[in-house]
Design a protein around this ligand. Structure first.
Ligand SMILES: NC(=O)c1ccc[n+]([C@@H]2O[C@H](COP(=O)([O-])OP(=O)(O)OC[C@H]3O[C@@H](n4cnc5c(N)ncnc54)[C@H](O)[C@@H]3O)[C@@H](O)[C@H]2O)c1
Length: 384
């Protein structure tokens, strides 16, 4: 079988026009930790962006951050509220730990400020609904910080599904993770309930979920049976030099779930910050006409573990087709910032809309609830 079927995927039909760079967009940074560095570095690449303010709860942190990242002279604040109250901002980047995502985003939207909110959207479904309601009432743009969305291989995955080549998709296995990789390079904000709220399940789980749900058009989640554990986070041996982190560890380090989606699609999911295995498996998408394999990946940066592979049976013969890996012409983190700014300037659509990520958060919330209860739960998403 000729592989010219793949030619239809070669054309890039997406259009993105960078708009009038003369008008400056005034941006404030909320939370000056690790990820804020990536936001600032890419805002600095945009001639039409001016970073005018930064806020952090930790005294002195914002000042040190601004100096280190080449944005001296910006006005500094002790929290998001004082910054939003005092400034005339067009947009904010919410780069805080998960627990304050909702309050910072809602406050900004209620004050007429566009928001680029880091992933995961928040901690609970209730918070996600409140964020979406604030967005709707404000008429402002809210985009969620999923940089893999801009990756050419992730786009290809979606194109393959949308081409109809797989037939009807009925089963997906997805997830990813690390053998040992509990994130503590800058302290404990990812591993404590009071700051993170959820562990691996939300931190990297949200990416695996987004990769496949975006590809199949984000069907509504209906029910979930979930499991979470914390065997590695609770063991001081996994924190060399910081055995006290095990005491503080109060989120999950592994999660698995069986999720039913509208349209009869089953999603089998697992994610890990630490486990006694190299990978929890490849992502596979089974359709009635063909299957697709995405070699094991953490997918946070858009990378895939090798070329996508299409599996078909043609005239009784099993056929496998490798889809060559695609290169990105631009950095995904830059595109995340650039597309957001362009949406702010044009009043266009959010590049990663909350209406989709609401479902992502609903699944995460469902897995956490189900794990706690030890049984399957329904996912009920209120009207926004
Ligand atoms: N997109 C990515 O690839 C990526 C990578 C890393 C982290 N993240 C996400 O970014 C978020 C932040 O991660 P991080 O590693 O930078 O965390 P961090 O702990 O290094 O920094 C968060 C900062 O936010 C501050 N903060 C919290 N609430 C605040 C408020 N109300 N007002 C002002 N400041 C406030 C804290 O004091 C802290 O300094 C997390 O949700 C994480 O999941 C995304």
């Amino acid at each position: 079988m000729a592989d010219n079927v793949l030619d239809r995927f070669k054309e890039n039909t997406e259009e993105h026009v960078v708009v009038d760079t003369g008008k400056k967009v005034k941006v404030g940074i909320i939370g000056t930790g690790w990820i804020a560095e990536a936001h600032v570095a890419n805002y600095l690449r945009c001639p039409d962006v001016e970073i005018v303010a930064a806020a952090d709860l930790i005294p002195g942190k914002a000042e040190k951050f601004c100096k280190a990242n080449g944005i001296e002279g910006v006005r500094l604040y002790p929290d998001h509220k004082s910054m939003i109250d005092a400034e005339e901002l067009d947009a904010v980047s919410v780069c805080t730990y998960n627990r304050t995502h909702a309050e910072c985003s809602i406050y900004a939207l209620e004050h007429g400020v566009n928001v680029l909110l880091e992933k995961p959207m928040c901690v609970t479904l209730e918070e996600a609904v409140a964020i979406c309601k604030a967005e709707k009432a404000s008429g402002k743009i809210l985009s969620i910080g999923f940089q893999p969305r801009f990756d050419e291989n992730m786009k290809m995955l979606k194109k393959v599904v949308e081409s109809g080549e797989l037939g009807d998709v009925y089963y997906i296995q997805t997830g990813g993770g690390r053998r040992r990789g509990i994130p503590t390079p800058y302290g404990t904000s990812f591993i404590e309930d009071k700051t993170a709220g959820i562990g691996a399940l939300a931190d990297i789980g949200c990416y695996s979920l987004d990769m496949v749900l975006n590809a199949i058009g984000y069907p509504k989640p209906l029910t979930v049976s979930g499991y979470t554990s914390d065997f590695f986070g609770k063991d001081p041996v996994n924190f060399p030099g910081h055995p006290e982190y095990a005491e503080k560890f109060s989120v999950d380090d592994f999660a698995a779930a069986f999720i039913r989606l509208e349209g009869g699609v089953i999603l089998d999911f697992r994610i890990s910050w630490a486990m006694n295995m190299d990978t929890p498996g490849d992502t596979i998408i089974l359709g009635t006409k063909a299957g697709l394999r995405v070699p094991s990946t953490e997918c946070w940066n858009g990378s895939i573990g090798g070329p996508l592979k299409l599996y078909r049976t043609i005239a009784g013969s099993d056929v496998e087709t490798e889809i060559p890996e695609r290169r990105n012409d631009e950095d995904n983190f830059y595109n995340k910032i650039r597309y957001f700014i362009d949406a702010v300037k044009t009043g266009g659509k959010a590049p990663v809309p909350s209406s989709q990520i609401l479902y992502n958060q609903a699944i995460i919330d469902g897995i956490a609830r189900s794990a706690k209860l030890g049984r399957e739960v329904e996912i009920n998403i209120p009207e926004i």
